[in-house]
Design a protein around this ligand. Structure first.
Ligand SMILES: NC(=O)c1ccc[n+]([C@@H]2O[C@H](COP(=O)([O-])OP(=O)(O)OC[C@H]3O[C@@H](n4cnc5c(N)ncnc54)[C@H](OP(=O)(O)O)[C@@H]3O)[C@@H](O)[C@H]2O)c1
Length: 262
């Protein structure tokens, strides 16, 4: 998809975690990181085709890196796995994340709690630590964290996911404040409902249950969020988009929506 054609991003190196599906996949011209290699290969091919069709000369490298952000050793060796000519990352997009289940507190499996926190929170923090250290030495760079409407407002049946996204919001806010005396930018994107593999993961592969989430309304698509990420990343260097809250026109909060319009 040709969403990376802003002139301010030409020739820039962008690293996206969670790039094998959904929101991450709609980005382009980037170092694509996720756990599933086969999906990453397909995304890289799609990016290469889109880049060729765009006619843009700069960029066009889409290396893939198998990365589980919750694995500290893999994060520690991440820079070594990036081709040397692309190691100077300009924009880091912390997109990897997921929700598991709708269980109420008291019945949530420990393994689900640990999985969500270790990717959505600890993984995001580890990857950010790695790049912020580097960005500080260059006094440049942009960290874009994908939060959620669930990081603004909690809902029943989403306690752990909401807690992780509230953590992303707090972490992004602290980082923004810590870096105020630098040229490093910090953005948090907070999407509402986006139809990706997100709900299929939540309902553990039950496609019918996932489809029900979007019944009767038009959700956002991955490209909508990718466009917001590109827009934030391509503002002039003195502009920092601190937060971007984006929802489908018929959604007003995690639980308030209108399903009669589709
Ligand atoms: N869809 C929505 O309604 C919605 C709303 C608000 C916020 N968000 C947020 O948007 C982000 C992207 O979600 P999405 O909707 O695009 O869902 P998705 O289609 O399920 O994509 C999630 C991506 O994260 C990757 N991922 C998961 N765990 C990972 C790990 N430990 N290490 C590295 N990569 C990992 C997955 O790839 P692998 O499985 O190959 O690793 C996949 O590429 C998430 O942070 C999510 O919380 C989504």
């Amino acid at each position: 998809m040709s969403v990376f054609n802003s002139s301010r991003l030409l020739g820039r190196n962008v690293l996206v975690t969670g790039a094998s599906a959904g929101i991450g996949a709609a980005g382009s011209n980037v170092i694509l990181c996720a756990r599933r290699l086969e999906s990453l290969k397909a995304v890289a091919e799609a990016c290469t085709t889109a880049h060729k069709e765009s006619g843009v000369k700069e960029g066009g490298n889409f290396p893939i890196v198998q990365l589980d952000v919750s694995d500290k050793q893999q994060v520690a060796s991440l820079l070594d796995k990036i081709p040397e000519n692309l190691r100077k990352v300009d924009v880091l997009v912390n997109n990897a994340g997921f929700v598991l289940g709708v269980e109420r507190v008291g019945t949530i499996a420990d393994s689900d709690i640990e999985a969500m926190f270790s990717t959505n929170v600890l993984g995001l923090i580890s990857v950010t630590q790695l790049f912020v250290k580097e960005f500080k030495t260059r006094n440049a760079g942009h960290i874009i964290n994908v939060g959620s409407v669930a990081g603004r407002e909690a809902y029943a049946g989403g306690s752990i996911y909401c807690a992780t996204k509230h953590a992303v919001n707090a972490f992004s806010g602290s980082l923004l404040r810590e870096l105020v005396d630098t040229n490093i930018r910090v953005t948090e994107i907070q999407p509402g409902m986006v139809e990706t593999e997100f709900s299929i993961v939540r309902f553990r592969g039950n496609k019918a249950a996932a489809d029900k989430v979007y019944e009767g309304l038009q959700p956002l698509v991955a490209q909508d969020i990718a466009e917001e990420i590109v827009w934030a990343a391509s503002r002039p260097p003195h502009v920092n988009i601190a937060e971007l809250f984006v929802m489908p026109v018929n959604q007003a909060s995690p639980t308030i929506n209108y399903r009669g319009g589709k």
